[in-house]
Structures are given as structure tokens and as C-alpha cells.
Design a protein around this ligand. Structure first.
Ligand code: 9MR
Length: 370
């Protein structure tokens, strides 16, 4: 029996007995974050990079131990999966599907429409006459290939940007310029047609804090969702990215909980899709950073998770050994950030405990479907 198939079998056993370890003496014994989430009818999962999948077996073992869902950090984006107009490259996406299938871990798809991570050919190719067919063909091909295998799709990503002064506060993107707001309807309808069973998500960032622009963005996201639902566009869930900043103001728990309740009252589910807590404005002390990060993350989760419409939480990576934040928001002192549940040596941090404790303290959400 290969190591992978042995683990796949053990995963089933571990799922049946959430507090029984499936591992030998050298492996973590305490239940993973997903076991904590699962007891409350939710899931925990992590984004996986192609590099981790190909080169970091130790990290992937921990992904397996902690996760009840995975998402590819980049492999399903246009730049990876559709690099030339007439050429798809499924190699990265298929590699994650293979790993997840062997480990019996559900996979979510990210993302079908975004203004970033697009191949060079795309923007010049989009015009009023071509864009709809390009979008429909891409979705039919990509969603169709993984139909019945992916549990969610982030259909559109980061479509709100009030500074662009467009209707419904929509972002001015190549898709918007070619098709107007209708590109969102087209994307959701095409996804529903290609895989009716994958949960269709509108994914957004910058709605985490009670600061002016984020409070307006909460209202803009709610208004957009209400408009889509009113016009029978088949959106089913809101993805809250939750890229938090421990140096930001305190979490407005009441306002945040109300925002989540407002999403739920539209009949939409909620998924925390890209949780991490950056620390680039905090002093260097690791102990102080870890404490602040854990408290900040816990405050956010404690406000959001009690809502029964919340299906689960994914963090954007599992271990501090690889995070986008060190490139995008480097610390002035050059130290690595500590945004994720495991440290760079794959040890559980205070943030891990805070996440587990947040799952432990919410009322059960009822049985999980996916
Ligand atoms: O973490 C991702 C990084 O590796 C990529 O270079 C980048 C561009 O594709 O995207 C990062 O992930 C983003 C996600 O897809 C959407 N929300 C924000 C994430 C961080 O930038």
C-alpha cells in the first residue's frame, strides 16, 4: 500500500473518530482545526500553492492533518489555467485534484473572473462583441472539466471598487468595460450551467473593519447581492476573504456580526475564504506579535462564526513558511510575518489555538452537507 492510499484510509477512520489520531508517534496527536470545526457543522481548510504540492511533503502532511477542504492558491486562475487564447493548462489544477482525491479532501475553485492574474492575451482580446463568448467558453471548459469534483466556485472575485464610480460601486475592469455589469450575470449563469452542484460564491475583501470605506463596502456588497438575487442571478454565497491586520483598529464585533446577519438574511451562505492576520506594523517581538495576531483573529472569528449561515473557514496558506504577505506587505525590519496557524517549522501557534477555541465556543450549526 502506498503512503498516500494508507493515509486516505486513515483519513476515513480519523473522520469517524475526530479525537483519535490517525498518525504514528512522530505525528501531531491532537485533532486538527477541521476536527474542531466539524464538531460545529463547519469546516476548516487551507490554500495550497503549487510549490508546496510539488516540493513540500512535510507541509502537505500538515495540510492533511488540519484540513477538511483545500483551495489552490493560483492554479485555477486564468494566468495558470488558460495561458494562451487557444491553450489551457490544467497541470497545476489537476495536481491538486489528484492530491485531494487521494486524501479525500474536498476542493473549492478560485477563481473564474478577476481583474488580476490574467494572461497577457486576455485584455486585448476582450471587446463588446467577443467578451461574452470568451467568458462563456472559459467557464464551460474549466467548470465543466471539474464538474461534480469541486464543492465551491469563487465565480467573481473583488468586483467592488467605489473609487471607479461605476453603477453598484463595481470595479472598472476589462470585463466591465466590455460587458458592463452583465459580466457578473453571465459568469454566474454559465457556472450554474456547467456545474449545477458547486456552490457559487461572490468573493470580496475589505469588509472586516468598522472604518468608513469598509463600512461603505459592506453596504455596497449587500446592495450588489440583493440586486443579483432580485434579477435571479444564481449567486449562493458570499466569500469573506478576511485578510486581517493586527495593527489595524479593533474589530467592531457588533457591526461585523450585523453585516454577516445581513448577508444571511438575503438567503446567502457565508464562507471565510482567505483568512490570515498580518503584522507588518507591529514591533519585532515574536511572542508579542503572536499574542496580538491571535487576539485579533479570534475577535474577528468570534463575531462571524456564530452565524449559522457560515459554512467554514479557509486560511490563505497553513504555515508561515509561505505567505503572499511577505512579498506584498514586507515588514520594514525584514522579518517574516506570522499570519497563519502554523509557524515556519510547522508548529501550532497561538493563532491556531485561537481558531480552535473560536470553533469550540460557537453553537453547533447543524450537520454539514459538503
Ligand atoms: O496568494 C496569491 C499569490 O501567490 C498570487 O501571486 C496573487 C496573484 O495571483 O494572488 C494571491 O492570492 C490572492 C487571491 O487570489 C485573491 N485575494 C487576494 C489574495 C492575496 O493577494
Amino acid at each position: 500500500m502506498t503512503d498516500i492510499s494508507r493515509r486516505a484510509l486513515l483519513a476515513g477512520a480519523a473522520a469517524a473518530l475526530p479525537f483519535a489520531s490517525a498518525f504514528g508517534a512522530e505525528e501531531p496527536k491532537a485533532p486538527g482545526l477541521n476536527a474542531h470545526a466539524k464538531l460545529k457543522g463547519m469546516f476548516y481548510g487551507a490554500a495550497v500553492s503549487g510549490d508546496a504540492l510539488a516540493n513540500d511533503a512535510a507541509l502537505m502532511e500538515h495540510v492533511f492533518a488540519e484540513s477538511g477542504m483545500v483551495v489552490s492558491e493560483n492554479a485555477f486562475k486564468w494566468s495558470d489555467i488558460h495561458p494562451e487564447a487557444e491553450k489551457y493548462d490544467f497541470s497545476g489544477a489537476d495536481a491538486l485534484m489528484k492530491w485531494a482525491g487521494a486524501h479525500r479532501i474536498p476542493v473549492r475553485g478560485h477563481t473564474l473572473v478577476w481583474h488580476e492574474a490574467n494572461p497577457a492575451w486576455l485584455e486585448p482580446a476582450l471587446s463588446k462583441t467577443t467578451a461574452e463568448k470568451i467568458l462563456r467558453d472559459h467557464i464551460k471548459t474549466v467548470v465543466g472539466r471539474y464538474a461534480g469534483k469541486l464543492v465551491h466556485w469563487d465565480v467573481v472575485n473583488e468586483v467592488i471598487h467605489e473609487e471607479d464610480h461605476k453603477p453598484l460601486a463595481l470595479r472598472d475592469t476589462p470585463w466591465f468595460r466590455a460587458l458592463g455589469p452583465a459580466y457578473i450575470d453571465i459568469a454566474f449563469n454559465a457556472t450554474a450551467a456547467a456545474d449545477p452542484n458547486a456552490l457559487r460564491v461572490i468573493n470580496e475583501f475589505g469588509v472586516d473593519y468598522g472604518i468608513d470605506w469598509q463600512m461603505r463596502k459592506r453596504d455596497q456588497l449587500l446592495a450588489l447581492c440583493a440586486d443579483l438575487l432580485h434579477r435571479k442571478v444564481p449567486v449562493q454565497a458570499v466569500g469573506l476573504q478576511a485578510h486581517l491586520d493586527a495593527g489595524e483598529i479593533a474589530i467592531d464585533q457588533k457591526g461585523l456580526a450585523r453585516f454577516v446577519a445581513d448577508i444571511a438574511s438575503l438567503g446567502l451562505k457565508i464562507i471565510v475564504t482567505e483568512f490570515d492576520v498580518r503584522d507588518q506594523s507591529l514591533p519585532a517581538s515574536v511572542a508579542a506579535r503572536d499574542t496580538a495576531i491571535a487576539a485579533h483573529g479570534r475577535a474577528w472569528l468570534d463575531a462571524v462564526l456564530p452565524n449559522p449561515a457560515v459554512l467554514g473557514v479557509l486560511s490563505w496558506g497553513l504555515s508561515d513558511r509561505a505567505s503572499w504577505l511577505n512579498t506584498k506587505f514586507p515588514r520594514p525590519d525584514g522579518l517574516s510575518q506570522r499570519p497563519l496557524p502554523l509557524d515556519a517549522e510547522l508548529n501550532r501557534k497561538k493563532l491556531w489555538s485561537a481558531m480552535a477555541a473560536s470553533f469550540d465556543t460557537v453553537p453547533p450549526h447543524g450537520p454539514q452537507k459538503s
